[in-house]
Design a binder for this molecule. Structure first.
Ligand code: IMP
Length: 221
């Protein structure tokens, strides 16, 4: 660990305001996304390196505890898979649960959070929940989800591990574990979507105007 107590790793990696230009030959992506990226926010190599650090921190903090890792679908799923793989490698046990929360319409949060899913609240009684999120934007989703889990599940504790955190002046919720602090731009890839597209990208990009205006129904053949 950069300082084996992990003090450095506890702080998110700061991604600067100036987004790296997109260089076609440096990335792997489906051809139908040509022209849909304005810049590169975070590469998959950077994500995987940071996941190792987060897994080590979680293992340090959950010594002797078997947390319930709750994946917020769909966006957090690649992060959840890679983080749980990293935890397995360091012999950190955990249980797995899934919840689906939705608050986005296009590139703006609707403010209304809906939950769908199979989460069995009685399985959370007295347990330490670690919610795995793709991104904390305004914090609306988490500020609705966490009280719901606390009231209905009666867990011993609820913490959040989010891959990304958008730098906004006002936030309703701050996650305990954050991979990257990013500028206030709409990002896609590595599970993050725009109108259900782009989840299938390895890296995280800033969406272009063409990406926003693209008609996804042309792909459904
Ligand atoms: P919040 O409730 O405003 O914190 O938003 C959280 C949810 O909005 C995330 O779990 C994402 O699904 C979605 N979201 C927020 N910002 C972005 C983005 O830049 N790209 C894709 N999805 C986003």
């Amino acid at each position: 660990m950069s300082g084996r107590d992990g003090t450095e790793w506890r702080k998110p990696v700061i991604v600067g305001e100036d987004v790296k230009p997109f260089m076609k030959e440096e990335h792997i992506y489906p051809p139908e996304y040509e022209g849909h990226f304005d810049g590169v926010m975070i590469t998959c190599a950077e994500i995987h390196e940071r996941i190792q650090q987060l897994a080590t921190l979680i293992h340090t903090d959950y010594k002797g505890i078997r947390p319930v890792l709750v994946c917020t679908l769909k966006g957090a799923s690649p992060f959840y898979i890679h983080l749980s793989d990293a935890l397995k490698e360091i012999r950190q046990g955990f249980d797995m649960e899934f919840v689906r929360a939705s608050s986005y319409e296009g590139t703006a949060t609707s403010g209304q959070v809906e939950f769908v899913g199979e989460l069995k609240m009685n399985s959370l009684q007295g347990r330490h929940i670690l919610l795995i999120e793709d991104i904390v934007d305004t914090g609306t989703t988490l500020s609705a989800l966490i009280p719901m889990l606390q009231q209905q599940g009666n867990p011993a504790g609820v913490e959040v591990c989010s891959l990304l955190d958008k730098r906004l002046e006002v936030k309703k919720y701050e996650a305990k574990y954050v991979g990257f602090s990013i500028p206030n731009k709409f990002v896609i890839g590595y599970g993050l979507d725009y109108e259900e597209l782009y989840r299938d990208l390895k890296d995280i990009f800033v969406i272009s105007q063409l990406g926003i205006s693209f008609d996804a129904s042309t792909l459904h053949k």
